[in-house]
Design a binder for this molecule. Structure first.
Ligand SMILES: *Cc1c(COP(=O)(O)O)cnc(C)c1O
Length: 486
């Protein structure tokens, strides 16, 4: 009779495995013993005894699980040390970390919006590390105002009578309405009821500012007579909101700025424009023509204007209010201003950023936001080719580049597409979703762009100095993804 040996071998094998498993579990060292090894004892200096012993205990527990699952290999003691070291190193890592932005989106709210210029970054560093004249007038030795550091610059660049800076543009809108429209009515076109990034809704902010919203016209059409008919003795402000993150096209009409201002003047109302982006540069030659510039809106005679510091202006997070002196002065006296005030690092960054605008040509290169928005096609192609080459060297395979378009982002320049070049990240045997996760795990993390079913790297937002780090990060993400350890 033939004997089936497979089953027998199977049982013998299992028994042997159970025996080695037990043996290995028995061999697992105690926490105290691991703590005595010279390498581990050395860590106590850096991390403290409590953290080291917790890390060692955690790695012994984790190795025990590995043994039970049969997934552990190699030297037990060494593995415990390696795991513990990994745990300890993680505890020192900042949650807030750097990203290489390969999405091509220049102003990405989730990725910190505007990147500061070299000089602005240095100013922040100084402000953070040393004492300074934040509220000290060095001429008189008396108390000064934190806003004085940027006031003249803002006046020079925008041509305004007076200015004030608060934490962000949302705060600016709140302060303007709380000061000038509280207890009364504010007129706003239905075509301009903007929501930005899901959390800032103009009607909601108006409620906070204690003013009653009066909706004017319809979504696609608002006429001057619509405003005219809505004016009564409770009306205080005519608000115009720049639809910075969308465009209404087709059968549409909005009222000209000049007409609104005229109407406000006739009825002794305040004309206020929330511009969204603080666009100050001249990028006509670079093809950016639709975005209203702050200085042009000031020149048009608008009473009050507010905008962000970290959108197209390319500076720190801030809300800048410019306008007629009699209105800005009332805002400076509002108690809210104290609650919304900016800190020293913002002032330092803002002053440095604004100073660069004094030279309209240089700022296009020195300000990273403007620089990225105005990259030439040839420049982008060259960078894409270079990245491609570096990837080919690292992976020993072909990569290709192609033309594509990037976006300004941050709710700026809607409808403007910026021609760019991307590198297609086509790697063998990888799942795009999982590779994306691994790329985010890298230090620095990498955010690539998904184009249908493939990942691409848009070089518009990648610095030349970041290319090697980027290739390295992709390489290590790829190795982890295909299960190969370095
Ligand atoms: C972005 C934006 C805001 C909010 O500005 P933050 O600086 O992000 O607070 C308000 N209004 C408009 C029209 C905007 O585009």
């Amino acid at each position: 009779m033939p004997v089936d040996l497979t089953l027998a071998t199977h049982y013998i094998g299992r028994e042997r495995m159970a025996r080695t498993m037990k043996e290995k579990l028995r061999q697992l060292p105690k926490v105290d013993a691991v703590m005595l090894t010279p390498e581990v004892a050395g860590w106590i200096e850096i991390y403290g005894r409590k953290m080291v012993s917790a890390a060692v205990r955690e790695s012994i527990d984790s190795l025990r699980q590995d043994i039970l699952r049969g997934t552990e290999t190699g030297n037990l003691e060494q593995e415990i040390r390696e795991k513990a070291k990994g745990i300890l190193e993680k505890t020192r890592e900042m949650n807030f970390r750097r990203i290489i932005n390969a999405t091509g989106i220049v102003l990405h709210t989730n990725m910190g919006r505007a990147v500061l210029s070299e000089k602005a970054a240095q100013a922040v560093q100084q402000a953070a590390r040393y004492y300074n004249n934040l509220e000290l007038n060095l001429n008189s030795g008396k108390r000064g105002s934190r806003y004085d550091h940027v006031l003249e610059l803002i006046k020079d660049i925008t041509g305004c009578e007076d200015a004030l800076v608060v934490n962000n543009n949302a705060a600016a809108v709140l302060l303007v309405l709380d000061t000038l429209a509280k207890g009364g009515q504010t007129l706003l076109s239905r075509g301009e009821m903007v929501e930005i990034g899901g959390s800032f809704r103009v009607p909601e902010v108006m409620k906070l500012g204690g003013t009653e919203l009066v909706e004017i016209g319809t979504t696609n059409k608002t006429h001057l007579y619509d405003y005219e008919q809505a004016i009564n003795d409770k009306t205080k402000v005519i608000l115009k909101v720049h639809t910075s993150n969308y465009k209404i096209t087709g059968f549409s009409k909005s009222v000209e700025r000049a007409d609104l201002m005229q109407l406000a003047k006739e009825h002794d109302l305040v004309a206020y424009e929330d511009l969204g982006s603080g666009f100050l540069a001249d990028l006509q030659d670079e093809g950016i023509t639709d975005e209203p510039r702050v200085q042009d809106v000031v020149a048009s005679g608008m009473d009050v204007i507010s905008f962000s510091g970290d959108k197209l202006l390319g500076g720190p997070q801030a809300g800048i209010i410019v306008g007629k002196k009699r209105y800005v002065e009332r805002m400076k006296k509002n108690q809210l201003t104290r609650a919304l005030r900016i800190d020293k690092m913002t002032i330092a960054a803002l002053e440095a950023t604004l100073r660069e605008y004094l030279d309209p040509d240089r700022v296009k290169r020195e300000n990273p936001t403007l620089d990225m928005l105005t990259q030439s096609q040839e420049g982008l192609k060259k960078r894409a080719e270079l990245l491609c080459l570096k990837l080919e060297e690292a992976f020993d395979q072909r990569f290709t580049i192609q033309e594509d378009t990037s976006q300004a982002g941050g709710g700026s320049l809607p409808g403007v597409t910026l021609p760019t070049w991307v590198v297609r990240l086509s790697l063998p045997d990888v799942d795009e979703e999982r590779l994306t996760v691994q790329l985010r795990e890298q230090r620095p993390a990498v955010m690539a762009r998904k184009n249908k079913n493939e990942l691409v790297l848009d070089v518009r937002t990648i610095g030349d100095e970041e290319l090697d780090e980027l290739v390295q990060a992709i390489r290590s993400a790829y190795k982890i993804e295909i299960g190969e350890n370095e």
